[in-house]
Ligand binder design. Structure first.
Ligand SMILES: Cc1ncc(C[n+]2csc(CCOP(=O)(O)OP(=O)(O)O)c2C)c(N)n1
Ligand SMILES: [Mg+2]
Length: 791
């Protein structure tokens, strides 16, 4: 018969007792998860599976204190990548993870090596893995939380939460952390905690001793509250005794590498080292002589980050500081409680089968019961279960869980656009004008434009967002007047700030733009808020923030990226500002569909699509590559679906045509001129406008895959090229790397002559530059002649 469940008294003592049991269980489960993956599971390919038992052990106490005491359901956490098994084990104890997935750590379909929102499911608030980014995004997510709450978009049932990163100390070497810190300071960011697992070890080595002083200074300078979690209760008690000061000083002065080495060697080595330095101090002798080697080892490694009471006190103290951002420096030992604790090579170290057996005995886990929730613990299972169920984090955030949703905002069939015909306009200027039209529109577009939030890293005006910002204002939690305006300095820009503003102005660091777009693009699932984040950046500098862009996509963040100006068409600006590889990034990047319009009517179609695609369950982020080259706009009727699928015939080819020209983006006039000349000789030639090599290529790959699976399906590009003769030539032209379109020849076995840019650009005017890089009309005609030559 089951024993009646005791009503758990959450007084200090029983709470701590229960937390200690959980701490022990997380240590076991995380070590076992990695061991199982490496040593128990059959290995089919002989490749090392890997995992990080030491990195896990380092944060077990911190995660215990957080998840089982301090976290509230509305808090959002980025867990350091290498602690993934501890995180999953914690969720398992909450009943939100299952044994099969944990057994499958690092296996296909199992728990991912590093926490992944998309692959691991709704318990992961932020993916981590590329170190530094998970930490930094919490600051931008906190900013976005303020944004959606102040604009009234957040799910009213969900209170504002705290954004917490558990960071490895080596993550603080990443520059993006400091870029984010500065930006956070500018925006007066709040409700952020960064808990640094200060084990003073990274992958290769032991961290420099003097570094922590720098960290404290840096965070302090940025207005953060800095809390050191340095010594555990046992050390604090020893320091309070006569002779204790000397012990504290000795520990404080102990170099990181020596501390690590002594930790690995154990009590005897600690004693020898202490006696060598302080052997004559009788009061100190009184403290250490009464301890066995084991006890001394425990005392010396009783660092704050492994002492639940000390951690809880520190977190409680920070709670009292309200919403001020707080950095905790939690002193820990990498591999704490495991045989390789402190060893400098332990990052990827795995316990051997023998070591695991010993560990299993210490943990009192019977073979066959390794995954049991409460196996080997000192408190009755029912008591622990009811303790866990009583924790604040056990409550459901909403009935449907942690991933929130928000109703889809319908997107009208037609984008309001300015008058185009008869005007010369660049796609960048068109973007600015269409935003203006959206801002003025009534009805459904009004609802959409109210939910647009724009952002730019110091290139707001030069990417044509100026008029939009003038109307919508800058976002700030506080009202800040535009001083230039108040003092009547004449300027086209009105830059007053208020909580109602819809533009978030960033400093020039592009990584921050993508971290912000990443966080903003998760607003639906994090805050239940439907918004449309739009970020503008110079196209070449997408590369500067690329890691954070990929990171945002990896999390399935939904946003619109507008990169402009692009290519060597930016002629006088020179090589550092001229992009070459971005069309290829657009093709290769998952969860980001990319387009490049030549004309503003195409852009309008793409923008409309973007608002729908950002909201679609199987949608993604969208990228528009624009230009500052003004082109005469056309009067025509577009096939919207073709534009979205990646291309449309400007002039359809005759049946069996021997040649077609295909252009992408602002090189259109040169190709059109060449086409007019070509048609004099080859009247059935076709002129293809490519709006997205990314979509065309993706459609082609998908159709081939479908056909392998027996589904008869033709890709858009296959349909487009069908009228051409089997051996026809295609001359492709874009202001970007030629390989973006060179693959077109593979679709139907036709011959391609690809023109594009494969060298750094340089200053000049468009005439000189296009001639030099073979994008001018003569070059296109030369390519046609070459293409039409037999053989
Ligand atoms: C951007 C990036 N560079 C390199 C790595 C490879 N790497 C993984 S862990 C690690 C060191 C981690 O040290 P730390 O953050 O101190 O973690 P812990 O000591 O807690 O394991 C490195 C360099 C990575 N994951 N991401
Ligand atoms: Mg470390």
């Amino acid at each position: 018969m089951n024993a009646p469940v005791r009503n758990v008294q959450l007084d200090g003592l029983s709470r701590l007792q229960s937390l200690r049991q959980i701490e022990r269980k997380l240590l076991w489960l995380s070590a076992w998860m990695v061991h199982n993956a490496n040593h128990i599971r059959p290995n089919r390919d002989g490749l090392k599976v890997g995992g990080h038992q030491a990195s896990c052990a380092s944060v077990v106490s911190i995660l215990t204190a957080l998840y089982f005491d301090k976290l509230r359901p509305q808090d959002r956490v980025a867990v350091k990548p290498h602690a993934s098994p501890v995180f999953h084990a914690a969720n398992y104890l909450f009943g939100r993870q299952n044994v099969a997935a944990m057994e499958g750590l690092r296996r296909f379909g199992g728990v991912q090596a590093y926490p992944s929102r998309v692959k691991d499911g709704p318990e992961v608030d932020f993916s981590t893995g590329s170190v530094g980014l998970g930490v930094a995004i919490t600051s931008f997510a906190a900013l976005m939380q303020d944004y959606v709450h102040l604009h009234g978009f957040a799910d009213p049932a969900v209170p504002a939460g705290r954004h917490i990163a558990i960071a490895g100390d080596a993550e603080l070497d990443e520059g993006n952390i400091y870029e984010a810190l500065l930006e956070g300071w500018k925006h007066d960011v709040r409700n952020v905690w960064w808990i640094v697992d200060y084990n003073r070890q990274s992958l290769d080595s032991v961290v420099q001793d003097r570094l922590f002083g720098r960290f404290e200074g840096l965070f302090g300078d940025m207005g953060w509250n800095v809390v050191r979690i340095k010594h555990g209760r046992a050390q604090q008690a020893a320091f309070a005794r006569p002779g204790g000061d000397a012990l504290r000083l000795w520990i404080d002065d102990c170099p990181n590498s020596l501390f690590s080495a002594l930790t690995f060697q154990g009590g005897e080595a600690w004693r020898a080292a202490l006696l060598a330095d302080l052997g004559r101090d009788t009061k100190l002798r009184a403290i250490i002589d009464e301890l066995t080697d084991d006890e001394l080892g425990h005392l010396m490694t009783n660092l704050g980050g492994h002492d639940l009471e000390t951690i809880l006190d520190a977190l409680t103290e920070a709670e009292a500081a309200g919403d001020r951002p707080t950095c905790f420096i939690a002193y820990t030992i990498k591999g704490m409680g495991l045989p390789f604790a402190g060893h400098k090579d332990n990052h990827s170290g795995l316990m051997t089968a023998e070591q695991m057996d010993t560990f299993r005995t210490v943990m009192r886990v019977r073979p066959g019961h390794e995954w049991d929730e409460f196996e080997g613990l000192d408190l009755p299972s029912a008591e622990l279960r009811s303790f866990i169920d009583s924790r604040p984090f056990a409550a459901k955030l909403t009935p449907s869980g942690r991933m929130l949703t928000a109703p889809v905002i319908p997107v009208p069939a037609v984008t309001p656009i300015p008058k185009l015909v008869g005007r010369k306009m660049s796609t960048q200027a068109g973007f600015g004008e269409i935003l203006g039209e959206l801002g003025r529109a009534e009805g459904a577009w009004k609802e959409i434009s109210a939910r647009i939030v724009t952002s730019s890293p110091d290139v707001t005006v030069s990417t044509s967002l100026g008029p939009w910002v003038n109307r919508r204002g800058l976002f700030d939690r506080h009202i800040r007047n535009d001083v230039f305006r108040d003092t009547k300095v004449v300027s086209a820009q009105r830059w007053g700030m208020s909580p109602a503003g819809q533009h978030i102005e960033l400093g020039i660091a592009e990584q921050n733009l993508f971290l912000l777009l990443g966080a903003a693009g998760l607003s639906t699932s994090l805050n239940g808020a439907r918004i449309f984040p739009i970020g503008t950046v110079y196209d070449p500098f997408v590369n500067r923030g690329l890691d954070a862009l990929i990171y945002a996509c990896y999390q399935d963040a939904r946003f619109l990226l507008v990169s402009t100006p692009s290519g060597i068409t930016l002629a006088p600006e020179g090589g550092q500002h001229q992009s070459v590889n971005t069309p290829l990034i657009g093709m290769a990047q998952d969860r980001l569909v990319s387009y490049e319009p030549a004309y503003v009517d195409e852009l309008a179609v793409m923008l409309r699509h973007a608002f729908a695609h950002m909201q679609a369950p199987d949608g993604s982020a969208v990228w528009l590559r624009l230009s500052t080259r003004a082109l005469p706009q056309k009067q025509r009727t577009l096939d919207d679906a073709a534009v979205i699928a990646g291309g449309h015939w400007d002039v359809a080819p005759g049946q069996g045509a021997p040649i077609a020209l295909a252009y992408q983006g602002p090189v259109a006039p040169e190709v059109e001129a060449a086409f007019d000349a070509l048609r004099e000789d080859v009247p059935e030639a076709g002129l293809l406008a490519i709006t997205s090599p990314d979509r065309l290529h993706a459609g082609w790959i998908a159709a081939q895959r479908a056909r392998r699976q027996g589904v008869r399906e033709a890709a858009h590009i296959e349909n487009l090229l069908r009228p051409l003769a089997p051996g026809a030539a295609i001359v492709t032209v874009l202001d970007g790397h030629p390989s973006a379109l060179a693959w077109l020849g593979g679709v139907a076995g036709q011959r391609v002559v690809p023109l594009g840019v494969d060298r750094f650009g340089q200053s000049g005017d468009i005439l000189d530059i296009y001639r030099e890089y073979e994008l001018d009309t003569d070059a296109v005609l030369d390519a046609c002649a070459q293409a039409l030559l037999p053989g």
